[in-house]
Design a protein around this ligand. Sequence first.
Ligand code: SF4
Length: 374
Amino acid sequence: MHVHGSVRVAHQPVTLAVRVRISAVDLFNNEYPQCGGENMSTTQNQASQAQSKLTAAVNGEKSISVFFTPREQKPVCNEACSGCYYFANYTPGQSAISAVEVPAVLRALSEAGFSNQFLMTSELLLAPNWRDLMKLAGYDYINTNGRIIARRGIPLLEEIAEAGVRQLVITANLPPYNEELNLTRPEIVQGAFDVINQYNGANPNSAFVTVATVILTSRNYDAVPALCADVKELYRANKVRFIAYIPLTGGVPSLAASREQLAVAGEQITAMRDFYDPAELYVARGGTIGSQGLSSAKRSSFCPAGETLFAVRSMDEGSPVSPCIYIPSVNVGSVVDGRVILDEQLQLAFRETKQRAIDQGYCPAFALAGGLVK
Ligand code: SF4
């Protein structure tokens, strides 16, 4: 999992029945935007393993994200994107889980019944033990900003393929649509896709499925057709996944699309799903786009946050357990004696808030971050 960024988000207390302090929300190249009622009757390649893991959470499998830092116990990334959840989630004074500690944490969580596990960090490939982490979490995909791939090229791709990775997910930066987000430079992202395409051409038996994550903002929310065309033509990606820029405190709140704008984006995504043959370009709608326009069946199952899906950022005694990494300061439990203990009252209160957000057409994380629900 992955997100890169530079935003330090000041904590902003919000009075709620639950202890809600919105500090940061996941933005970029992450796992959870794959929630959101996608059509699951697609092939494994189209749907992606990340989506399958989310589907497992939606279907009731106890799931958890471990937020960690790839190196030592300090924030590290090779990029500095605006509004990134990773740096925003670094809580001063609270120790972060470092990559070398993650295997033990994953094993303990697995023993406690959290069988479906997600890795949430800046750039996973910066972790010295990224292969072990992937294996333990059961990953066959990597989220990356692409910088390392563009720099190290084919030899790194060979290593990644040998480690069992089948899918590479990269945050798109398509001028002029992603300006202001301070993402990895367009030519670097393009370079990463180019080298992957080169590898794929030479290695058809271990070719990667490629996914471009596109962030929709108040500036580009109505450019979905053009963005799809760019992803297909410039990146030659197999899949495009749209997620919404979340109004993080400390980010650029004016870049967050309004509910009306998200409705337009949702309609355009639906139109593009019909327009493209999924084998040619699979168009995915992330959960952060919200619940507008979804059937009632999809609405009722598109957000596993706080019910079957949780996140931990530290295993220190008393550390909070969050519903979905996007809502890291909404607590639904805490770490007690090294174990994740859920609190029924907090869970109940969060579910009520969450339902209000969904009823209004939002992703709960988006709505809570923007102060759109109480
Ligand atoms: S709050 Fe729910 S819909 Fe929003 S990103 Fe998290 S899991 Fe997905």
